[in-house]
Design a binder for this molecule. Structure first.
Ligand SMILES: [Zn+2]
Ligand SMILES: [Zn+2]
Length: 294
């Protein structure tokens, strides 16, 4: 059964149309429970708009309370992406087979087992909200009441920290999407003013060699900034971070590459000249277009 992509705004007349970019590294298709988009729709957009590489990163969940639990099989997802990659290779779009795995410490063994048995081009580890999450809309106000900012974000950030330390993933997706769950009880500016909360997460990414994702879905959601924000991406660089990537996290056709120009600007302003994609020997470094060097 399909679910609405939670918190997405209604279709607007014209969403941002980024063009001439090396990569959109985070896209959901009809093999995710919260998307109906066919791969070819994204590929056609990529060809038309000069986005050279795209990664299909459908959800993989490990607990029954999560929507993607047993939603699609590895084999279905791989076949869908590989066949599309063959169709589009000669039309100038490279399509990579990725996934977005929902991480929490309770399922770390399941994640490890899955990744040992299945081969992807690209893996995103993300923290999402389970049914019993303290950030559920019915519980979040009570959770925030009387707690410090550090206490409020801890359940989310502790899982991010563990995901980064695990070394299981090529990248950590939407590092601080908790600010979407907390809005407007906690404002993005409140988090921006507390860089100390982020530093252990960023240090863990540096230490494990995990890429930081600049996820632009926050620019179409109430926080109105990337996950994480520009100041956090810059701090990652200062702490020794060398690998970032960028993705729109589209669940709808009109969100393909959404606000990705702004996402790449965040990457460039933090001092990065490339985005990094994949891992190990197959890791690719894709140069930012010339216009970002000014
Ligand atoms: Zn996600
Ligand atoms: Zn996603």
């Amino acid at each position: 059964m399909k679910q609405a992509a939670h918190g997405e705004p209604p279709a607007t007349e014209r969403l941002d149309r980024a063009t001439d970019l090396p990569l959109d590294a985070h896209l959901h298709t009809d093999l995710s429970p919260d998307s109906n988009v066919l791969i070819d729709v994204y590929a056609a957009e990529a060809a038309e708009r000069g986005v050279a590489e795209i990664a299909i990163t459908d959800h993989v969940d490990f607990l029954p309370g999560y929507a993607a639990y047993r939603y699609s099989t590895f084999e279905e997802r791989e076949r869908s992406v590989r066949q599309a990659a063959a169709r589009w290779a000669e039309r100038g779009v490279a399509i990579r087979f990725g996934c977005e795995l929902t991480y929490e410490r309770a399922v770390e063994d399941d994640v490890r087992d899955h990744l040992e048995r299945h081969r992807y081009d690209y893996t995103i580890g993300s923290i999402h909200q389970g049914l019993d999450s303290v950030y559920h809309p019915r519980r979040v106000a009570a959770w925030c009441s009387g707690r410090s900012l550090g206490e409020i974000v801890r359940p989310y950030f502790d899982e991010v920290l563990a995901a980064a330390r695990s070394g299981l993933f090529d990248t950590i997706g939407h590092l601080d999407m908790v600010k979407r769950y907390l809005y407007p009880l906690v404002k993005p500016a409140d988090l921006a003013a507390a860089p100390e909360l982020y530093e252990p997460l960023l240090a863990a990414l540096v230490e494990s060699g995990t890429t930081l994702e600049v996820n632009t879905s926050g620019l179409r959601q109430p926080p109105a900034e990337t996950y994480p924000s520009a100041v956090v991406v810059a701090r990652f660089r200062e702490l020794g971070g060398r690998a970032v990537t960028a993705g729109s996290d589209a669940h709808r056709a009109d969100c393909f590459a959404y606000a990705l120009e702004a996402g790449y600007r965040v990457v460039a302003d933090a001092g990065f000249e490339v985005v990094t994609f994949g891992r190990g020997a197959g890791r690719l470094h894709l140069s930012l277009p010339e216009r970002f060097s000014t």
